[in-house]
Design a protein around this ligand. Structure first.
Ligand code: BGC
Ligand code: NOJ
Length: 807
């Protein structure tokens, strides 16, 4: 069942009923000011940091779901309603929500009145614009009252939801004309405030929540709205809100546009006050002035659309499969940009107060956005590398505001260091900017301990070699990619976090997955060395990689698939000998991507075992059979009920590894089948089962052992976005920047048909026509001339070349 449809021309998903299975959201903002907005107008916004600078309040885990947003109420005679359906929930004659790139437009119609709200964050600004358009479609004159509503968060979102004994006494506002200023804590250490403005004279306003709603009412039944009369309340403590009341008279057929601006302003400390107790509003006035007319809004909106048009034009495909096209051209790239901005901080599943930026997460996200914003990718790499420790290990997370490693979680996730090499290699392949390797970057942000970025990569590489276990495989540490395979944790205490608790020291638990990573990513390190003329170091690296490959085949092969690990006691994990958790997806994907066993047959065997034991109609589960009981020696993985999360859920992040692996062994049918199983556009028809947005990936879909097989959770902020973009753009469609040129080597079934990719890289444009007959060793012509191999040499910036590829 569908709840809307794709509008590819406008790059929108159009939701046609308020009653989706779960709130389907979108993101506003591209630089420093961000908002989350659901199809019902729910969500919140923040400046840079969703925990420390939250402008509006949102209630996670509330009843009903999606509680808190930027709401509008239309009072029409004795009737009142919300164009976003929530919070009033009065039935609408028509409802439509269009989620687009960086904006959302929601329209509701009732009794001959149409109200449309366009939400977006203009480029370069620290505000949301809400443009409300009211239209009288009836044959009578209408006199309406429009009420706006936002509830302010007292800035620190964690404090805001816990420290009520203080918070109920701190709230402060100022009102000036049609602008409501939220200035809680401004009198002390905060030099920032928020404001909510409308470009119209007011009938009145309210800034105190209790006055507006009534003590025992929810957002859906505000007393003020029900009575149609603002009370001009001035908040003092309790819960500051911003609500404007505006009278709108509309002749039949007439319409009126109102521009609301919800903004954030920082003042230099010396310029905080206009006079004692009165905030200096100069910067707010300027910002308000910039959006005082619908024309100004239209201009800013146009710029936002151009911005996205420009970004997305670096990779565009035209194929016979419209679902693939809309994923590749629009939604997958868009999601990659959202993960760039948010990492894993703020979504409808991440509260914005928990995890900061993940070391491994951000390096992987980079694979999906490096072609879109290469300069910002450069900065990101340097930030990440600065949280590496001198011994090559890395803080698992760092805070976006301070860019410092997070001490609570610390280091010890032994896969982390290798992801840095992968990110750096991807960046240089995309840009050719080898000079980044010479950048001086601190260890642990200590300006007195710095080294080149290349040296950071060396320490990453050597960190693996310095931490080998009894079989010569890498030690797992706290965990590897699978945060929940905690082989040294042995936690028996409820409430203790698997992620942060003290681990046993022991140098036995080994990860075949990190070994696969080492074989896959190690050669990238060697290539970096070669770029710098360090032939000897490159040779050393390649020799170590070759050694590891042997170790994997000797101690990491279980007969029909790759083992997952050896536990603390040296027992096998992910072996046919195990009762549960006999086979895991991660080492199969990564070892085959690395090329292990491709020539000797293990690779194909491993992938066939994946097909046989892990594949389901909704995607590939993480392992099988699911753990039925808690295993203290395995940790969090066995804490989940069977079929959810790492305990045999379909953990979408690693499905594309298998799809890529299938291309490595030259099986396009399987690769494409795996791609389609979890790509959201292909799941649109089963939205009632999948339940989350059909335009973005979710982290997890419940596996075959789960009660709710096929149901997705945790949409938006997941490494799934980047890896699927890599899989589809670089391996299925087959266009991939390498060291010396653009590889063109598609791997898609014959039935897929012909297609064209337009790829911008290093300033040149490559128009690649693929005559696809399902083969995997294509022949290429560049501007009509045949070339040997699969690599189109990089062309000068500004040039446009035509590549013909026949498979
Ligand atoms: C989740 C993982 C996540 C980890 C870190 C675990 O509970 O299952 O997917 O990476 O927490 O927050
Ligand atoms: C989510 C984390 O963000 C990611 O880093 C990890 O690899 C997966 N969980 C698997 O546990």
């Amino acid at each position: 069942m569908r709840f809307g449809h794709f509008d590819d021309k406008n790059r929108e998903y159009v939701i046609t009923t308020p009653k989706t299975p779960y709130p389907w959201i979108n993101y506003l903002g591209t630089e420093s000011f961000f908002g989350l907005v659901s199809h019902l107008g729910g969500g919140y916004c923040f400046y840079r940091d969703a925990r420390l600078r939250r402008l509006t309040r949102y209630r996670y885990n509330n009843v009903p779901v999606d509680n808190g947003g930027r709401y509008y109420y239309v009072v029409d005679g004795s009737d009142y309603w919300s164009p976003t359906f929530m919070p009033v929930k009065r039935p609408l004659d028509r409802f439509e929500c269009r989620h687009g790139l960086g904006y959302t437009r929601i329209t509701g119609e009732r009794n001959g009145v149409t109200a449309e709200v366009l939400y977006f964050v203009p480029l370069g600004e620290t505000c949301e614009v809400h443009q409300v358009t009211l239209k009288n479609q009836s044959s009578q004159k209408k006199t309406l009252t429009l009420f706006s509503f936002v509830e302010f968060c007292l800035w620190n979102a964690w404090d805001d939801m816990t420290n009520f004994q203080r918070n109920f006494s701190t709230g402060e506002v100022e009102i000036e004309g049609s602008t409501i200023y939220h200035k809680t804590e401004y009198r002390e250490r905060r030099n920032h405030f928020a404001f909510f403005h409308v470009n119209q004279p007011l009938l009145g306003f309210d800034t105190d929540r209790e006055t507006f709603l009534g003590t025992y009412n929810g957002f859906g039944e505000p007393e003020v709205v029900a009575q149609g009369k603002p009370r001009n309340s001035v908040a003092s403590g309790w819960h500051p809100i911003g609500s404007h009341a505006i009278t709108v008279e509309l002749e039949p057929g007439a319409e009126k546009q109102l521009v609301f601006v919800l903004g954030y302003v920082e003042n230099p400390k010396e310029e905080k006050w206009e006079r004692p107790g009165v905030i200096n509003k100069r910067r707010a006035h300027q910002l308000i002035e910039r959006f005082s007319t619908p024309e100004a809004v239209a201009r800013a909106f146009g710029k936002l659309q151009e911005h996205w048009q420009g970004l997305l034009s670096s990779y565009q495909v035209k194929s016979p499969d419209e679902k693939l096209d809309r994923m590749v051209n629009i939604w997958n790239q868009y999601q990659c940009m959202v993960t760039f901005n948010m990492s894993r901080s703020a979504s409808y599943f991440e509260s914005g107060i928990g995890r900061g930026m993940g070391f491994r997460d951000s390096n992987q996200d980079l694979l999906g956005f490096v072609h879109l914003v290469p300069e910002r990718a450069r900065e990101r790499i340097l930030d990440i590398a600065a949280t590496q420790c001198p011994d090559g290990s890395a803080y698992h997370q760092y805070q976006p505001l301070t860019k410092r490693g997070n001490h609570d979680i610390g280091s010890g996730f032994n896969d982390d260091p290798l992801w840095l090499i992968l990110g750096v290699a991807a960046y240089i392949k995309e840009t050719g900017d080898v000079a980044i390797l010479d950048e001086n970057v601190p260890f642990d942000n200590d300006p007195n301990d710095t080294a080149t970025l290349l040296e950071h990569c060396k320490r990453s590489f050597d960190h693996v070699l310095n931490n080998l276990g009894p079989h010569g495989l890498p030690l797992i540490g706290r965990a590897d990619w699978n945060d929940c395979l905690n082989l040294n944790c042995f936690s028996e205490t409820p409430d203790e976090s698997y992620q942060t608790t003290q681990n046993r020291t022991g140098r036995t638990a080994e990860s075949v997955f990190i070994a696969g990573m080492f074989v896959h990513i190690g050669p990238e390190y060697a290539a970096l060395c070669e770029r710098k003329g360090l032939a000897e170091e490159a040779a050393r690296a390649r020799a170590e990689v070759a050694k590891m490959e042997k170790v994997v085949l000797e101690h990491g092969w279980d007969g029909a698939w790759f083992l997952r690990a050896y536990d603390f006691f040296g027992n096998k994990v992910g072996s046919n000998e195990c009762e549960d958790g006999k086979i895991f997806i991660e080492p199969q994907g990564f070892c085959v991507m690395a090329g292990i066993g491709v020539k000797t047959g293990e690779a194909v065997k491993a992938l066939d075992s994946v097909k046989e034991r892990l594949d389901t109609r909704y995607g590939i589960v993480l392992q099988n059979p699911a753990y039925k009981e808690y295993h203290v020696e395995l940790g969090e993985i066995s804490s989940y009920p069977p079929g959810y999360k790492e305990n045999a859920g379909i953990f979408c992040h690693n499905n594309p590894w298998v799809a890529i692996a299938e291309t490595v062994v030259g099986r396009p049918e399987r690769a494409f089948e795996y791609y389609k199983k979890i790509a959201p556009a292909y799941l649109e028809e089963i939205s009632e089962i999948h339940r989350l947005e059909p335009y973005v990936y979710a982290q997890m879909i419940a596996g075959k052992d789960a009660v709710r097989h096929g149901e997705a959770k945790n949409s938006w902020l997941t490494g799934t976005a980047a890896w699927n973009f890599v899989a589809v753009s670089q391996y299925l469609l087959g266009v991939r920047p390498e060291w010396d040129g653009l590889v063109v080597k598609p791997c898609l079934p014959k039935e897929f048909g012909e297609f064209t990719v337009e790829r911008r890289c290093r300033g040149a444009t490559y128009v690649i026509h693929v005559k696809n007959s399902g083969g995997t060793t294509p022949s290429l012509k560049v501007d009509g001339k045949p070339i040997p191999g699969h690599v189109v040499p990089y062309q000068p910036a500004g040039s446009r070349v035509v590549v013909e590829c026949t498979t």
